[in-house]
Design a protein around this ligand. Sequence first.
Ligand code: AMP
Length: 294
Amino acid sequence: MIIINSIQQLKDQLLLFRKQKKSIGFVPTMGALHQGHLSLIENALKECDLVICSIFVNPTQFNDLNDLDKYPRTIEKDAQMLKKAGCDVLFAPEVNEIYTEQELELKRQKVEDTSWTEGKQVDFGSLDKVMEGAQRPGHFNGVAQVVSKLFRIVEPQKAYFGQKDFQQLAIIRTMVKQLEMPIEIVACPIIREENGLAMSSRNERLTKEERKRAGFIFETLAKMKKLKNNTSIAELKTFVEAQLKTESLIKLEYFEIADAETLQSISDLEQAKSAVACIALKIGEVRLIDNILL
Ligand code: AMP
């Protein structure tokens, strides 16, 4: 596996690959890799000649600077895992390689920087206003900003994202469509720990006891799903809220049942072709999200 830190070096390498007519699959991550990330690499390896993984803890998508500071950084271990998984290139740039000082200053001043659209109209509609968008102002703009930059550098044929970040997937699909980027977005299923907890780099920050008890989140989502055919959405929501109240470690932020395409809340499952139940909560200082398709 080749490890590259500079954009120019990566572009030179990619040019060589393109001359050899190799198809390129791309997996953007923020590192602290786990089996969830590796499943994206595995899917990309099945479908593409070469797989590029990026590790970049993107400062513009954090609205909580404390969260950015505390984000785990384990680049050496990550590189070993990627090599073992068969990844071809690890792109691990420094912040100044990706962002200009001006862009970082806008972020510091909490000014939403939309220069990444390069003058094109990108309208996320209500996608970035609900759930994670409502809880974390500027988060999805930062995600779109960094992913558009990475897409323009790597120019992959396919890019792989986890359904764990369901709303992010919808944002990326919309961005690619509206910017007319010729990239296929591939959605990959959520990989879970043995107790059902969705794998996340943030799980490392839970104590052993918290991590064990966090299995209750998915247990509750799965129980709720079983009830869906003969229970109204209002009752499903009450059920989940009441269940989670019984676990003192969990502080619920939101639980929503939404149209899986528009992410708008629905009051009846008949209202959407497919629906998704999304949850965000805190265990101590650690914020976790999960979802289940209904
Ligand atoms: P992150 O490093 O958290 O930004 O995640 C990088 C990519 O890995 C995103 O597309 C995530 O949706 C995906 N991912 C993270 N956790 C999981 C998981 N448990 N299962 C599947 N994909 C995941």
